[in-house]
Design a protein. Structure first.
Length: 230
């Protein structure tokens, strides 16, 4: 399953057609979510669920804080939590192994797609001719991350409902139990964590990022089966 997901994401990163990238990313997200949910149900039924783990994911400058936001949005949709180390430029993801694996794969692919769309905008200057490229690009990534988070939450809800229908059981107690274990592990690892907000300094860049996130859609639609060849 994970090998198939990697193949879909690789195609999404390499295609020059936004509609195809959208369909491939959507199919990959569907498979990853179902993979995680199915594993959760099986582990709950067998009573052999493993403990949450941690994984450090390095983030490169520039715009590392915006990239950390994107990682956090992807992780949250996979029922993981993240802590951003600004000085050392890495995020620690806490969650179950399968969920972290899915998080890292999708985050890496979306970051590639966001970078491609961001660079396609070229240099940005204001009315006085001064460069605003850096401000635009950071805001672009913030907008991209925010919109991806919205779409991932919608896709995850749909996949959870489908999993309930397929398994004939309510996912609520299963996922609530897993979330509680992740929460406990996260608090134990980062008892003094401080939350900080981020703001976009370029409205144009922010909304351009949201538009790019729409094109990198992770919400499954009827064309996915045909385009992705599933």
């Amino acid at each position: 399953m994970l090998a198939r997901v990697r193949a879909l994401l690789a195609k999404a990163e390499s295609t020059t057609f936004p509609a195809e990238a959208e369909a491939l990313s959507a199919k990959a997200q569907e498979l990853m979510t179902r993979y995680s949910l199915d594993r959760a149900v099986v582990a709950s039924e067998r009573g052999d669920e493993t403990a949450p783990v941690q994984r450090r994911i390095p983030l490169e400058a520039p715009y590392a804080d915006a990239k950390a936001l994107l990682l956090g949005e992807v992780a949250s949709a996979s029922r993981c939590q993240t802590a951003w180390n600004r000085e050392s430029l890495f995020c620690t993801v806490v969650g179950f192994e399968a969920d972290i694996e899915a998080t890292e794969m999708l985050f890496t692919s979306l970051l590639v797609q966001a970078g491609t769309a961001m660079r396609a905008s070229g240099p940005v200057r204001d009315s006085a001719g001064r460069s605003r490229t850096r401000s635009f690009r950071r805001s672009f990534l913030l907008g991209f991350a925010t919109r991806i988070g919205e779409r991932l939450r919608k896709a995850t809800t749909a996949a959870t409902e489908q999993a309930e229908a397929d398994h004939g059981v309510s996912m609520l107690p299963v996922l609530a139990g897993r979330s509680a274990r992740v929460d406990d592990a996260f608090v134990a690892a980062f008892p003094d964590l401080v939350s900080r907000s981020m703001s976009a300094s370029s409205g144009f860049g922010y909304f351009a990022g949201r538009l790019a996130a729409d094109q990198a859609s992770v919400v499954l639609h009827p064309e996915v089966e045909r385009v992705a060849g599933a």
